[in-house]
Design a protein around this ligand. Sequence first.
Ligand SMILES: Nc1nc2c(ncn2[C@@H]2O[C@H](COP(=O)(O)OP(=O)(O)OP(=O)(O)O)[C@@H](O)[C@H]2O)c(=O)[nH]1
Ligand SMILES: [Mg+2]
Length: 382
Amino acid sequence: MGDIKVSIVVPALNEELTIGEFVEWCKEGLEKANVKGEILIVDSSTDNTAEIAESLGARVLRVPKRGLGHAYIDAIPDIKGDYVIMGDCDCTYDFREVGKFIEKLDEGYEYVMGTRMKGYIEKDAMPKLHRYFGTPITTKILNLMYGSEFSDIHCGMRGMTLDALKKISLESTSWEYASEMVLKSVKLGLKITEIPIRFYKDREGRLSHLKRTGWFSPWQAGWINLRVMFEYTPQTFLRIPGIMMSVAGFILITMVFFSRLTEIESIFSLHWLLVGVLLFVSGLSFYQSSILSVIYYGFDMEKVKKYRSRITYNRLLFLAFGCFIMGLGFFGWFLYYHIKNEFVMTGIAYALIFSIVFFIICIQMFTFALLFQMLSKRRFGE
Ligand SMILES: Nc1nc2c(ncn2[C@@H]2O[C@H](COP(=O)(O)OP(=O)(O)OP(=O)(O)O)[C@@H](O)[C@H]2O)c(=O)[nH]1
Ligand SMILES: [Mg+2]
């Protein structure tokens, strides 16, 4: 079996209407490409899909019905080829053209994305909502967030090397597998290309699973795909705003502090101090979360090592302790004058707020130190 070059891996859920023709298409595609391949149907059907597929020479892996993404995850240990071509078995993607994917993989590309948008879309094959709204918008958002140039992130027909698929280490169990694979291929620095494909409408009598689930399912699919985009790159939208907010907050807090110290009548009142605190504290947690996400995923090991060399558990704990001492200092200052003024709240209330600020930063630093250490240990084992 070791000489199998290509595995066509396709999930199936009650597709007896099309599975026979689909397997024939795959065989034709592999024959045209002149490669030895297998057709692996990841089946959760209750109809005759498995029997039909097997009778025509496909290999069937029976899995529980746990979503499209999960079907792919289940299949990985059973894949025998060096190349993997994925898609649906509803004869909407033209697997007779599987050779185009194999050619690109032979050229050294590790992830080959099909694109319907640059290829051919049969009339009524794609609902207008998907074609002109959902797909272009989510594709644009992903490109913006990940610096990529895909034209159709929801295209189900895609090819990759088995190594690339294993590196991608799919986690999504439902439709969001589509975005997860695409964005991870970028994050992992795989060699990527796109090829135009042909997309046909569903056969008479076949109702797409998306439609079977109800009118809300395209919206749900869009939403879970969007969610996953944010999940894998928090640093993209947290790092810079985090730095900007904490610097602005720090400047405001310092201004208020010095204007109180010199007792100059100024515009930097208590309200500005509160704005400063809000900016600083939220900016800091944005920044900290961005660092934690970089370490957790480890997509960019250079960056992980850079953080690791600059930030250490000890340094963070000392910083937290320093903030605690500062908090105590300000609190003592406040208490001394507060008692002296017979508990009348005067301008000394500022000292109380400064002490609260330091206590909050102390807690933030301490919890960050713990999470940072836990994740670094996971990643580096030290
Ligand atoms: N094994 C398995 N296959 C599934 C599951 N859900 C869907 N499939 C199959 O995966 C492929 C894609 O399914 P869907 O994303 O629901 O797509 P669809 O029904 O073609 O709907 P469109 O998005 O309109 O094309 C089809 O071949 C389905 O039969 C599942 O839970 N388990
Ligand atoms: Mg389909």
